[in-house]
Design a binder for this molecule. Structure first.
Ligand code: 5GP
Length: 213
C-alpha cells in the first residue's frame, strides 16, 4: 500500500551492487520491514551455495531449462553473470504487481537496463557501492562461502560492475549497513509518493472537490 492508503502503481525496485557490498542484507531487511514489498526470485544455472534454498534464494535450474525459459519468453530479463546465467521470471512479477505490491529485484546492471527498457517509469534503480575495494575484499572473504579463486574473480568483476554506476537513479555508499538500509527505505517511500504512481489520487481529489465532500 502507498503511504496514503490509496490505490497505486507498483514500484519495480532494483537493487544492484558488486557481490559483497551488502545488497543481500539490505534486501532481506527491506522485505522483513515491509509487507507490501514482494521479492522477485530469480532463476539461475549456478549451483546452490551452502544454506541456499531452492525457491527462496533462487530457482536453481540446469542450462537446458534456462534456455527453454528464454525461448518461451518466460523471463523479463536475463544475463550472463560470472560464468552462469541469471534471469527474472515474468509471471510472478506480473502477479505481484496486479496484487498492488511493489517488487524488489536483486539483479545486476544488465538486468536493470533490460527492466528499464521494458517498464521505464515504473522502475527505480538503486546502486550500492562498497566504501572501498579493500573493505569489499574483507566482506567477501568473511562470508566464507566461496573459495579464493572465486573471490579473486568476484573482485575482478566488481570494478567492472561499479563502472555501470551511472545507469542508476540512486547511488549509495554502504559504509554502515543501518544507515544504508535507512536510505534505501527513504527512497522507496518517496518513490511511492510520486504523483504518477498514486493512481487513486484522481478519485480522491474529485471527492475532495465535491461541495461538502
Ligand atoms: P550471486 O551468484 O552472488 O547470488 O549473484 C551474482 C550476481 O547476479 C549478483 O550481482 C546478482 O545481483 C545478479 N543476479 C541475480 N539474479 C539475477 C537476475 O535474475 N538477473 C540478472 N540480470 N542478474 C541477477
Amino acid at each position: 500500500m502507498p503511504l496514503s492508503g490509496l490505490e497505486h502503481r507498483g514500484v519495480l525496485f532494483v537493487l544492484s551492487s558488486p557481490s559483497g557490498a551488502g545488497k543481500s542484507t539490505i534486501a532481506r531487511r527491506l522485505q522483513a520491514s515491509d509487507p507490501d514489498i514482494a521479492v522477485s526470485v530469480s532463476v539461475t544455472t549456478r549451483p546452490p551455495r551452502p544454506g541456499e534454498v531452492d525457491g527462496v534464494d533462487y530457482h536453481f535450474v540446469d542450462v537446458p531449462r534456462f534456455k527453454e525459459m528464454v525461448a518461451n519468453g518466460e523471463l523479463m530479463e536475463w544475463a550472463h553473470v560470472f560464468d552462469n546465467r541469471y534471469g527474472t521470471p515474468r509471471a510472478p512479477v506480473e502477479k505481484m504487481l496486479a496484487e498492488g505490491r511493489d517488487v524488489l529485484f536483486d539483479i545486476d546492471w544488465q538486468g536493470a537496463q533490460q527492466l528499464y527498457q521494458q517498464a521505464g517509469g515504473d522502475v527505480v534503480r538503486v546502486f550500492i557501492l562498497p566504501p572501498s575495494m579493500a573493505e569489499l575484499g574483507r566482506r567477501l572473504r568473511g562470508r566464507g562461502t566461496d573459495d579464493e579463486a572465486v573471490i579473486e574473480g568476484r573482485m575482478a568483476r566488481a570494478a567492472a560492475e561499479i563502472s555501470h554506476w551511472d545507469g542508476y537513479d540512486y547511488v549509495l555508499i554502504n559504509q554502515d549497513v543501518d544507515a544504508c538500509f535507512a536510505q534505501v527505505k527513504t527512497i522507496l517511500d518517496a518513490e511511492r509518493l510520486r504523483r504518477s504512481r498514486q493512481t487513486g489520487l484522481i478519485g480522491f481529489v474529485r471527492r475532495l472537490m465535491i461541495k461538502g465532500g
